[in-house]
Every structure is written in C-alpha cells, then in structure tokens.
Design a protein around this ligand. Structure first.
Ligand code: GRF
Length: 200
C-alpha cells in the first residue's frame, strides 16, 4: 500500500484530482493518507475533508524554514506517508526535508521545464511568445523546479491568449498529468539515470 501525503497552499484542484483518482482505483494499491497545508485559509482543506481525507495545517509562524519543514515531516511520518505530492505548495523544501524522502517527492509545474521556472509560469510563457507550453511532473530536489522529469504534456498557446486563459487550459491537463505520474510511481519499476527517469 503506497500512502500518499499531499502538500497544498491554496485551491487544491490537483490534490482533488489525485485523491479522486486514488479513491476510484485508477492508482493501484494506494491511499491518500493526509493533506497538509501551510495556510489555514487554503480552500483545498475543505475539499480534502469533503473527500474524507484527513487534513493538517502547519503554518510557518516565523520559524526558520528547517523547523517548519521538520514539523511537516513529522506529520507525514506519523501518517506513514511514503510518497509526497506537492500540489500548489508555494514553498521551496529545505534540503533536510528532501533527504527524508529520497526520490519520493513529486511536484507539478505549469510549464514545460526547464522553461519558465518559478512564479507565474503561464504569464512568462505568454510574454515570451512561445507557441507551446504545458506542464511537468518531476521529482523534487533541492533546487526550484529542477528535479528529474517524470511526465510532461504540451498545451498550445493560442493567438491572443492571456495568462488566465492559458492557465485554465494548462490546469485541465495538469490534473490528468499528475494522476498519470502518480500511477506510474505506484506501478513501480522506475530507475533514475542521471536526470532521466526510465519507467517500466
Ligand atoms: C498549479 O498550476 C500548479 O501547477 C502550480 O500551482 C497551481 C496549483 O493549483 N504549482 P491547485 O492548487 O492544484 O488548484
């Protein structure tokens, strides 16, 4: 049984997509054990509760990042989480957090990495004038939006696209992409060769 912990800071639509897929049996032998938010007002918390998933709020409270992360790690360990999914979690994990879950932390980013790292990736894509963007699910390492790539899907940028319009179309694809990546991890049998994730 793969026990999944999902970290959110906001809306939580990717968290909902993963949780529903797990509950509907689209991800073999797995369970969402806990949803953790660093924001007490995150709308995703109520959505998680409505899906019957336990939630926890762990705010930063002005502490050093390592202390905040250590408390989140202890919640995840308490729930015997073995896969961590960052889903709109708006903080960079500390090296000590990353080391607690080697190759067991995933993130989704709304661009085709390595393009447009960081905030407002969809606006960056529109402003740059690319014709194709998309989303990426990758392993988390100590650098922002950097770890080995698991799944990417393209989304065309349309003439006259706005950041909002492109974001909405990428978001739809994000949900299926994240589910596909989690399913691949649950099915097992991947190895990491340098930066390359070789599945199956
Ligand atoms: C998504 O666009 C995700 O790629 C980015 O933050 C957004 C989170 O949306 N990291 P949601 O909270 O999953 O709805």
């Amino acid at each position: 049984m793969m026990r999944i912990g999902i970290l959110i800071s906001g809306r939580g639509s990717n968290m909902v997509a993963i949780t529903k897929a797990v509950q509907e049996g689209q991800v073999p032998d797995s369970e969402v054990a806990v949803v953790v938010s660093d924001k007490s007002a995150a709308p995703g918390l109520e959505k998680a509760s409505a899906l019957g998933v336990e939630t926890a709020v762990v705010t930063r409270k002005g502490r050093p990042r390592e202390e905040h992360d250590a408390e989140i790690v202890s919640v995840l360990k308490d729930k015997q989480v073995d896969l961590v999914c960052l889903a709109g979690y708006m903080r960079l994990l500390s090296p000590s957090f990353v080391r607690e879950f080697p190759n067991r932390i995933l993130n989704i980013h709304p661009s085709l990495l390595p393009s447009f790292k960081g905030l407002d990736a969809q606006k960056q894509a529109v402003d740059y004038g690319v014709k194709v963007s998309g989303c990426t699910v990758h392993f988390v390492d100590e650098e922002l939006d950097h770890g080995a790539i698991i799944v990417q899907k393209p989304v065309p940028v349309l003439d006259g696209d706005t950041a909002e319009g492109l974001s909405a179309r990428i978001l739809e694809i994000e949900h299926e992409t994240y589910v596909e990546a989690v399913r691949k991890i649950a099915e097992g049998g991947f190895r990491i060769e340098g930066r390359r994730v070789v599945l199956g």
